[in-house]
Design a protein around this ligand. Structure first.
Ligand SMILES: Cc1cc2nc3c(=O)[nH]c(=O)nc-3n(C[C@H](O)[C@H](O)[C@H](O)COP(=O)(O)OP(=O)(O)OC[C@H]3O[C@@H](n4cnc5c(N)ncnc54)[C@H](O)[C@@H]3O)c2cc1C
Length: 353
């Protein structure tokens, strides 16, 4: 029997962040992942944005999460001698002159100043974007190449014989006082398998809400200097002239795969946002693991403290994963508690043996 500290199921953004965090703390892990089954991270545009929503407010925990993700991803880049993290500003055109005036007042509030690079009261970047009332340039934004980050970590895990490309099967898991899975004996198991966790006998009861999203990969003459976002986002990729645009938000019931409606919806919003013409070169789709209260789910199974979950990253996996992987790892080491808002205990009433 091979002994390890943690068995991790799934290597999307959640599994990658916790695997990397535990490895950096000197723990041994084994990641079991079936990349072909990845439902969210592989399609994510990788965008990082601290000011979101129609009325543009600072996102939850932004003051902590955004500095943290910066050091997490740039630290991972240095340690692996790679490049996948691209801090850049994000320009969001105003929807009306009224919004322009509101922001001239709002910009003075301490709440948001650190996240605002510039307020444009007149149209800016006019060869790039339609913004008759100006817009706001957001700081601490950016994007990561998610597929690249997952690949870099996977290669690292493979080098350490800590990765198995296979499907996790509940029938092979024995979880009592200790965890055994095939030839492995682990201290604990952490389920990071996105919406597939609903197929397990351990966490089928958590109120994860699948939310389908589609994206378009487009070829356009847009500048790579910043992300544009209003109703739809346009994020550069590592390839010159190629951008990811998206996305849609579709609740169940939905059909798997890309749709004509998704393509038309994104294209229409893009035409109202960017000036250069674009060609669609690919259409992607995925399923986000969201929760009713829009907070992640972390912690131990009510009946077995050795069986854990790290899930519910919703629409913001890139920004939430590093911070909460760190919090989970601290808690596993007996340092501090999980925040009440993310602790799986909030859903305990839904569990019955
Ligand atoms: C269209 C779209 C665009 C998005 N854009 C952004 C964005 O720009 N910025 C952002 O922050 N977030 C974005 N998101 C959200 C983000 O993708 C999610 O928050 C995040 O990917 C969730 O990660 P996860 O690791 O929990 O789940 P997943 O990415 O689903 O990963 C789960 C992993 O578990 C594996 N797995 C599942 N079952 C098994 C099994 N039985 N055996 C072995 N392995 C298994 C899967 O293969 C996968 O690798 C987007 C999502 C979508 C759908």
């Amino acid at each position: 029997m091979r002994k390890i500290d943690y068995l991790i199921i799934g290597q999307g953004l959640a599994g990658s962040a916790i695997a990397w965090t535990l490895l950096r703390r000197g723990k041994s892990v084994m990641v079991i992942d079936e990349p072909s089954h990845n439902l969210a991270s592989a399609v994510a545009a990788g965008m990082i944005n601290p000011i979101t929503g129609r009325i543009m407010t600072k996102t939850w925990l932004a003051d902590d999460i955004f500095p943290f993700l910066h050091s997490f991803y740039s630290g991972a880049e240095s340690a692996t001698k790679s490049k996948f993290f691209h801090p850049t500003s994000l320009y969001r055109p105003f929807l009306s002159s009224e919004e322009n005036h509101q922001w001239q007042r709002k910009i003075k509030s301490e709440e948001v100043t650190r996240f605002i690079r510039a307020l444009h009261t007149f149209p800016a970047y006019e060869d790039q974007v339609l913004n008759p009332w100006g817009g706001i340039e957001i700081e601490h934004a950016g994007f990561i190449n998610v597929v690249q980050w997952m690949k870099i970590l996977r290669d690292e895990l493979i080098r350490n014989d800590s990765y198995r490309n296979e499907r996790y099967d509940d029938d092979n898991l024995v979880a009592n006082e200790s965890i055994t899975y095939q030839d492995l004996s682990a201290h604990k198991i952490i389920f990071c398998n996105g919406t597939s966790v609903l197929d397990t006998k351990w966490f089928h009861w958590v109120p994860l809400k699948p939310l389908k999203g589609e994206t378009l990969l487009i070829k356009t003459g847009l500048s790579r200097d910043r992300i544009f976002s209003r109703g739809v986002f346009v994020v550069p990729t590592d390839e010159e002239g190629i951008f990811t645009a998206g996305s849609t938000y579709v609740h169940p019931p939905f059909t798997d795969g890309p749709t004509q409606t998704g393509q038309e919806d994104i294209s229409r919003k893009l035409k109202a946002l960017i000036r250069p013409s674009f060609d669609i070169i690919h259409q992607g789709w995925g399923i986000r693991p969201t929760t009713p209260d829009r907070r992640p789910i972390l912690g131990a199974h009510p009946a077995n403290k050795k069986v854990l979950i790290f899930n519910g990253l919703g629409t913001k996996g890139v920004s939430l994963a590093p911070y909460f992987a760190h919090q989970l790892a601290d808690w596993l080491e007996g340092n501090g508690d999980l925040m009440t808002e993310v602790n799986i205990n909030r859903f305990k009433p839904l569990y019955s043996e």
